[in-house]
Design a binder for this molecule. Sequence first.
Ligand SMILES: Cc1cc2nc3c(=O)[nH]c(=O)nc-3n(C[C@H](O)[C@H](O)[C@H](O)COP(=O)(O)OP(=O)(O)OC[C@H]3O[C@@H](n4cnc5c(N)ncnc54)[C@H](O)[C@@H]3O)c2cc1C
Length: 418
Amino acid sequence: MVNVDRRRFLQATGLTMAAASAASIAAEVGSAGAPPALNTDTVPGTAVRKRAPLAPIKASMDRVISLEACLRPFRPQGPRIEAERVGRKTIVHNYGQGGSGWSLSWGSGRRAVALAKATGEKNIAVIGCGAIGLTTAVVAQRAGLKVRIYTKDQMPFVRSSRATGVWSPSARICTLEHATPEFRKLWEEMARYSYTQYASMLGIAGNPVEWIEGYKLSDTPFESGASLYTHAPYPGEPEYPHLEDDHTPDLMSAMQSLTKDQHPFPVEHVRRVNMMMFNLPSYARTLMQEFRACGGDLVIREFENPRQFQDLPEKTIIHATGYAARALLNDNSLVPVRGQTARLIPQPEVDYAISYDSQNVYTVPRRDGIIVQEWSPGDYGNDRELAYPDALRASVEKVRRLCEQMGKASPLGAASRS
Ligand SMILES: Cc1cc2nc3c(=O)[nH]c(=O)nc-3n(C[C@H](O)[C@H](O)[C@H](O)COP(=O)(O)OP(=O)(O)OC[C@H]3O[C@@H](n4cnc5c(N)ncnc54)[C@H](O)[C@@H]3O)c2cc1C
């Protein structure tokens, strides 16, 4: 019941909104026998807590400060994290994290660094400086290695910079068909390790990582399974496994059903959940500062083919070029899954996310701007990295209407208390 409920939420949002329960904070990383997910609908005695009023989002096109398309580096069989001997070098591949690259970056990095360390080399190269390359470089330094990054581009001119910035460790990470017991074990290891690293970055300068509240809105009752199942979340895409439900329920927070007097939204059905958010510019800067402070070196270089890896002085190379690996290595296992993110002018007073699946609109209150997002038909397999301004316009209008009505809908006004 809890898992099905949770799954519907994740499917419906298109974003994975996860959060820690009190139980998870005490839970040992990697421990077996995790406690079940908490859900106030099913956990007696869990009260809906009061919170400060919700500030409306000022949604209008003249407040849009960016709109960027991006490709998720998806592999049906899951990310490629393995070593191969090529010529005089050991190449450790670390790419193909789909819609989970930020979330799984620490765990993927740890796995790749273990393979690199096994070569006995103390000086290693990392190719790529997106979420995966940069985080892997930091993991390698923490493991005592000297690291030089080679990359074509740095943030913010890498695909990772265009992500939403939420904890979504199972988003488009592999197909259900490929979710073998071995892969599930690896995924759980990566997710738990990453989660611990993110938890350790809470409260530090610049707020790279924060906990926020997410509001899931629905025009139909959450329990009306038929309509939820009929409207598949990603038409035209393969079926994905529900790894969080299955393996890390203890990292998911209570989902609270709210009554009409407990929220200001002009919507019939509303639920609230805690979720972890990454303020990507601040977070990436924090990573880069650590990399530099630990003696990390960075060289701007574009590789035209993998033979050029042989020119590098380092004998062990971690390769993390994301979707670019498709062309660079001729790896056709990489499937592009297009998406886009827009930002509205930052509103520090807005501290909640919205996920309104039946309207196909999602917002995340990042410090560098309120992310507005939607899903578009044909994103799977689409390698045209083009933004769709009309889709954004429609989303902004939906958010505008929603926020305009927020005050009217609630007897408590826009500043509803629940
Ligand atoms: C719309 C959208 C929203 C998303 N939201 C989230 C989210 O909220 N949470 C989450 O966890 N994940 C999210 N993702 C997924 C995440 O963004 C990706 O998994 C992640 O960015 C992949 O990172 P990467 O480092 O592998 O690739 P990239 O960011 O593409 O980095 C590749 C690096 O390699 C370098 N490079 C490429 N080619 C060469 C070459 N030939 N020579 C030298 N260097 C080269 C590039 O310059 C870059 O530095 C989202 C993705 C999309 C599209």
